[in-house]
Design a protein. Structure first.
Lengths: 651, 85
């Protein structure tokens, strides 16, 4: 059976499972649609939260980001897990005690103002819609890759699948589907990791393999030391190298943590458990299930990085990279163990080119000066080819000069970082010949690189789809409940019947899916940048307003509204200054480079500063306005004690 | 709602537990994983220096223990102050 058929079978079986669950658990009331009837146990809710939380980015891209970013990209590992501590300690139990369905509803009641609720709806929609775009792109790309269809077709299939189970199932259907999706994705992630850890370190647990010895050279050398020495020999930064900017690393981690705690689609998952104490422990269970993937991710990233490097430099398996010739073109074409190179080249995630014509593919880190020198030759050659005959001799001289300048550079540039590293000229190189290595290949091609059987590859396909679909469904629910519950029932048509609201919730979800699909077809800017915006805004708007609502009795409606607006606008403006207004390319005021950033703070790191501005403005404005009324004081006292949680209050 | 004095004492105890937990949360991630890494580079856990290990694995384990310890402590406090569900 070929790989494609195997992929189809495994993916088809997983979908049949999701549809079956969604039909069995379809929602019959608004309480079931918004909060699964508040009858989900803490462990099950933890598992659903983990699937909801871990998106295509976590499953497919994160290990690759860590593989190539090394220690510096630990921000994702700490940031995307530490937020659960904030959720468990600062938000989840109190919001569960409050006992209603949406985040804006809490803001509206605590700050006794429909305007505050509407500002929260705006923040929620901006956050969730920017986030869902990234997920729909992920769905499209994943379907396209494994079903061998175009990205557009992939996106449309994915939308139809989400539509089928989210619109009918609501939170109840989504919750139980997410449990199944979690099981699929965690098996798909850990099985290849265990095999690779065994191959490279002899350790069954990838977490121990990461800090273990490197098996192929006898286990005396630490795996991380081996990885560092191989990549630095080729001119890359060491995997464990320290961060160039500690302040920025600190702020990005903080932004991801408080952003996680402020993401509406994660917060509403804690409305589904029966008791306040369940909300506390459920955050812990969510982190248990998330940690199963997140503690494995650095092992997957670092081990896949070493595997892909030693594939191209076979000598590096036991000795120096240059102790044996690089992998040959002939080998790539004929050796079945290397067939994955050409398979993934077709997808554009991997590309190679024998620049120096020696029949070997040398993978090195190419300094910018050499890239520029090679481009100068190509430009001079192009000018020569296009010129009239009379001008050719002069232009030919320019080509010769550019080549001489490049060759001088090759003679003096060392490939690696060490003193005794050979120069480009000594190795006969003119540049890096593995011209594209996409981050995502670290997870997607991992089973093939490690020579694992076909069913593991099919499982990874199903896992990637499960991760993307579960997050998209959770986000769509957050969007639809903000529209039907906060906008329609809360402001536009308060006397709507329960049946009417349930219908409105389903229609707004269908509408949200169509919008998300349309934006996914033509995403504004880069998906990763858009996700940075979602975290920054969640950190600067939703998290501070919820925290002040619970922990302060003094913050007034005027303070909360002013704080949210300042957080929203300052964070959005800082991001747009570097990435372009509304992500339209070319409209950025400053280049997005570390030198141009204010105090070295990247756009992704601005969230905590937006949050501080939010807190400061809210306190100043509150001190100048009339204190919250007595019934709000009573509400604050009531959410602070678990007693009397019960079911959602009718209202 | 519980009577005022009891719920004030409960809330003060809750704030103390949260403060201690947040200190642990900060030290294991931002402290050991980022700020103190250069200073502690001589200490190793297996093949990794301690700062690197906390940043890529250790902080997550501490977060886990922290949440369950907090949940257990709060369940106890709920009972002591008579505010459990």
């Amino acid at each position: 059976m070929d790989q494609f058929t195997l992929n189809l079978i495994v993916i088809g079986l997983s979908f049949a499972l999701y549809f079956g669950i969604a039909f069995w658990a379809r929602a019959a009331s608004t309480s079931e649609f918004y909060a699964a009837g508040q009858g989900v146990g803490p462990v099950v809710n933890g598992m659903a939260t983990a699937a909801d939380w871990m998106s295509a980015a976590s499953f497919i891209s994160m290990a690759g980001l860590i593989a190539f970013g090394g220690y510096n990209n630990s921000v994702f590992l700490m940031g995307w897990t530490g937020g659960y501590v904030l959720l468990a300690l600062l938000l989840a139990p109190y919001l569960r005690k409050f006992g209603k369905f949406t985040v804006p509803e809490f803001v509206g009641d605590r700050f006794y103002s429909t305007s505050a609720r509407m500002v929260a709806v705006i923040c929620l929609l901006v956050i969730s819609i920017t986030y869902v775009i990234g997920q729909m792109v992920g769905v499209g790309v994943t379907f396209a890759r494994f079903l061998e269809v175009s990205t557009t077709t992939g996106l449309l299939i994915g939308s139809a699948v989400v539509f089928a189970y989210a619109v009918f199932g609501g939170m109840k259907g989504i919750t139980y589907t997410q449990v199944a999706q979690y099981v699929v994705l965690i098996i798909a992630y850990t099985i290849p990791a265990i095999f690779i850890s065994l191959q490279l370190t002899g350790s069954f647990l990838p977490q121990l393999g990461l800090i273990g010895g490197y098996a192929p050279s006898g286990g005396d050398v630490a795996f991380l030391e081996k990885l560092d020495s191989v990549v630095t020999e080729l001119g890359f930064a060491a995997y464990t190298a320290d961060t160039p900017n500690m302040l920025n690393m600190f702020l990005v981690t903080m932004s991801l943590m408080i952003g996680t705690a402020g993401l509406p689609h994660v917060i509403i998952r804690f409305f589904t458990v029966p008791k306040v104490s369940d909300a506390r422990s459920s955050a812990g269970w969510a982190l248990v299930f998330i940690a199963l993937l997140y503690t494995v991710a650095p092992a997957v990233g670092s081990m896949a990085r070493l595997n892909i490097t030693t594939t191209f430099w076979p000598g590096a398996v036991t000795g120096s990279a240059f102790s044996a010739p690089a992998v040959s073109l002939a080998d790539i074409q004929s050796n079945p163990e290397l067939s994955w190179v050409n398979n993934w080249q077709k997808t554009g995630l991997l590309a190679y080119s024998d620049l120096n014509g020696d029949g070997l593919i040398q993978y090195v880190s190419e300094p910018a000066a050499i890239t520029a020198a090679n481009k100068a030759i190509a430009d001079a050659q192009a000018a020569h080819d296009a010129a009239a005959d009379a001008d050719k001799p002069a232009l030919l001289q320019a080509v010769t000069d550019a080549t001489a300048a490049r060759d001088a550079l090759l003679a003096e540039t060392k490939v690696g970082k060490a003193e005794d590293s050979p120069t480009y000229a000594e190795l006969g190189l003119v540049g890096n010949e593995l011209t594209t290595v996409n981050n995502d290949i670290m997870v997607l091609a991992n089973p093939e690189i490690a020579k694992l059987p076909g069913w593991v590859i099919a499982l990874v396909a199903a896992g990637g789809l499960a991760a993307a679909l579960s997050t998209a469904a959770g986000l769509l629910l957050a969007i639809s409940s903000a529209i039907s519950h906060d906008l329609i029932k809360g402001a536009l048509k308060p006397d709507i019947s329960e049946k009417g609201e349930l219908l409105a919730a389903r229609i707004s979800m269908a509408f949200a899916i169509v919008l998300a699909t349309w934006l996914g077809l033509d995403p504004p800017g880069f998906a990763a940048q858009v996700v940075a915006l979602a975290f920054g805004l969640a950190a600067a708007t939703i998290f501070p307003v919820l925290m002040m609502g619970i922990f302060s009795t003094k913050v007034t409606k005027e303070g909360a509204i002013a704080g949210m607006l300042v957080g929203l606008i300052s964070t959005a403006v800082y991001i747009f200054l570097f990435l372009g207004w509304f992500f339209i390319p070319g409209t950025n005021v400053y280049p997005n480079t570390p030198d141009a950033h204010f105090f070295g703070i990247s756009p992704a790191a601005f969230g905590p500063i937006g949050a501080l501005l939010n807190f400061a403005v809210a306190y100043i404005v509150s001190s100048m306005t009339k204190a919250p009324p007595q019934d709000v004081q009573d509400l604050i006292q009531s959410i602070r004690v678990p007693k009397g949680a019960g079911a959602a209050q009718a209202h | 709602m519980a009577d005022k004095t009891s719920s004030n004492a409960y809330w003060a105890a809750n704030i103390r537990v949260i403060t201690v937990s947040m200190v642990v949360w900060f030290v294991c991630s931002f402290g050991l994983g980022i700020i103190l890494r250069p200073a502690l580079s001589g200490i190793h856990i297996g093949g990794a220096d301690i700062g690197f290990w906390f940043a890529q694995n250790g902080a997550i384990y501490v977060f886990l223990v922290l949440i369950f310890a907090y949940a257990a402590k709060m369940n106890k406090l709920d009972k002591e102050h008579g505010v459990e569900e």
